[in-house]
Design a protein around this ligand. Structure first.
Ligand SMILES: Nc1ncnc2c1ncn2[C@@H]1O[C@H](COP(=O)(O)OP(=O)(O)OP(=O)(O)O)[C@@H](O)[C@H]1O
Ligand SMILES: [Mg+2]
Length: 449
């Protein structure tokens, strides 16, 4: 009896805590295809989160107070401060034979304009792989139809095979030929009424491929009559890193359905190096690192920090107030500059405002070039950025910006140490301090030739 009471008590306690669990949170931070959510205390790894506007987030990071999600869909429609709700569901995709002959995105939604997918079964995208005991040894061949492979490097059902080669060495072609061959074998067995033959269904997962490449693959498969045995999961180059990251898992889930139903499937991931890039990008934006870029480094922008991808875990909360005041605009200005600069390369005519933004951006880039082993005190950083954001460098030719910065820094440290000390001590730019900064900058400008 006492046991029973205890049991009931425990159950009531459990029910209470379950009810207290919060299922609604807010979007605290939005980044490039990812979001940080606050207040979702019972989110699960790989759970789908409803971010509103019909947009789904997938939980990839569980931290003490935050949940990191990648956004599947158009994240530009979301806003910081918006609501986020747990769904209790792991990311699912439709599975089954209804997907054959179709081209779908990473959520299993049709992108071929051929109407809805006929499937009422879904599978979680990240299922636990079957244990070794359930796997059988590999004894059934996959006839690729490619002689050197079938003769010398036979491939079996149930195994993995990596195809490695430089660009345009025929990697995709080997996979497509293999798919075409399966369609022929499947059809031949059907026509002959060969019940012993296990058809091999094919899933081609295109990860970050050019749209033209995928279109060619589709038309080749169509022409060869292979589409009735094939599913194409397409996460094109234009897709977000988050979607590209999910693509192979979505394809694997579709393949597992065939396996679970006693059929065989061949899954092609084309290609995993692109998946690695997507994965790295997703981890970077979720895990907060400073991201250094090779291109920038070789362009002489050193340190080669990619501002768009680099994010601070704590944000401006950990910044000196004075720095926050002067640097608030910088990230946006730089990001805008990168976009405009890319655009300007095409030689299009630019209006005065755009030109001014590009000019400012070039100067910001110059200011941020910094030799190694040469940390700059925060008071100097604040003064220099203030001068730039207030137009003191606008008339300085870009190639002389560094010189201006050096001379201005010298001027400040040798003749205006009192002002620097005040910035450091007060930690914020009061109106009085700003006025003082202006006087000093004007004074320096008189000496600058
Ligand atoms: N066996 C072959 N005979 C003739 N042409 C071929 C053969 N294999 C591939 N090609 C041609 O070579 C080109 C590159 O092939 P494919 O696109 O398969 O290469 P890839 O390694 O997948 O390229 P990427 O690195 O761009 O993904 C294509 O134009 C293809 O038609
Ligand atoms: Mg290829």
């Amino acid at each position: 009896m006492a046991d029973l009471l205890q049991e009931i008590e425990a159950q009531i306690a459990g029910a209470k805590t379950a009810a207290a669990k919060q299922n609604v949170g807010i979007i605290r931070e939005l980044g490039d295809g990812v979001a940080k959510l606050e207040g979702l205390t019972d989110a699960m790894l790989n759970e789908m989160i409803d971010l509103g506007n019909g947009i789904t987030g997938l939980v990839l990071n569980l931290e003490e107070t935050d949940v990191g999600v990648i956004i599947l869909g158009d994240y530009t429609q979301l806003k910081e401060g918006g609501e986020a709700r747990t769904t209790g569901k792991l990311l699912q995709v439709p599975v089954g034979k209804g997907l054959l002959e179709r081209v779908v995105n990473v959520l299993g939604q049709p992108v071929d304009g051929k109407g809805p997918i006929k499937s009422d079964i879904t599978y979680p995208v990240e299922k636990i792989a079957p244990g070794i005991a359930r796997r059988r040894s590999v004894d059934q061949p996959v006839q690729t139809g490619i002689m050197p492979i079938d003769a010398m490097i036979p491939i079996g059902r149930g195994q993995r095979e990596l195809i490695i080669g430089d660009r345009a060495t025929g990697k995709t072609t080997i996979c497509i030929d293999t798919i075409i061959n399966q369609a022929r074998l499947n059809k031949a067995a059907e026509a002959a009424g060969d019940k012993a033959y296990r058809p091999l269904y094919c899933i081609y997962v295109a990860i970050a491929q050019k749209q033209s490449t995928v279109a060619r693959v589709i038309s080749v498969l169509e022409e060869a009559g292979a589409m009735p045995y094939t599913i194409i999961v397409d996460s094109p180059a234009s897709d977000s890193a988050a979607n590209q990251y999910i693509a192979p898992y979505a394809g694997a889930a579709m393949g597992e359905w065939f396996m679970d139903n006693g059929m065989d499937a061949l899954i092609v991931y084309d290609d995993l190096s692109k998946h690695a890039v997507a994965y790295r990008q997703v981890s970077l934006v979720l895990k907060r690192q400073i991201y250094l870029e090779t291109d920038l480094f070789y362009q002489g922008v050193r340190p080669a920090i990619n501002v768009g991808l680099s994010v601070s875990r704590v944000g401006s909360a950990a910044q000196l107030k004075a720095m926050k005041q002067v640097a608030g605009q910088l990230k946006g200005d730089l990001a805008q500059f990168r976009e405009l600069a890319a655009f300007a390369q095409f030689g299009s005519e630019l209006d005065a405002k755009t030109l001014a933004q590009i000019d400012r951006g070039k100067r910001i880039m110059e200011i941020f070039k910094q030799p190694q082993y040469n940390p700059i005190p925060v008071d100097v950083q604040v003064a220099v950025i203030w001068a730039m954001q207030n137009g003191y460098l606008d008339q300085v030719p870009v190639e002389r910006v560094k010189e201006f910065q050096t001379k201005f820094t010298e001027f400040l440290t040798t003749r205006k140490a009192a002002l620097l000390a005040k910035i450091e001590k007060e930690k914020a730019l009061s109106d009085a301090l700003t006025a003082e900064l202006k006087t000093v900058a004007d004074e320096f400008k008189q000496t600058w030739k």
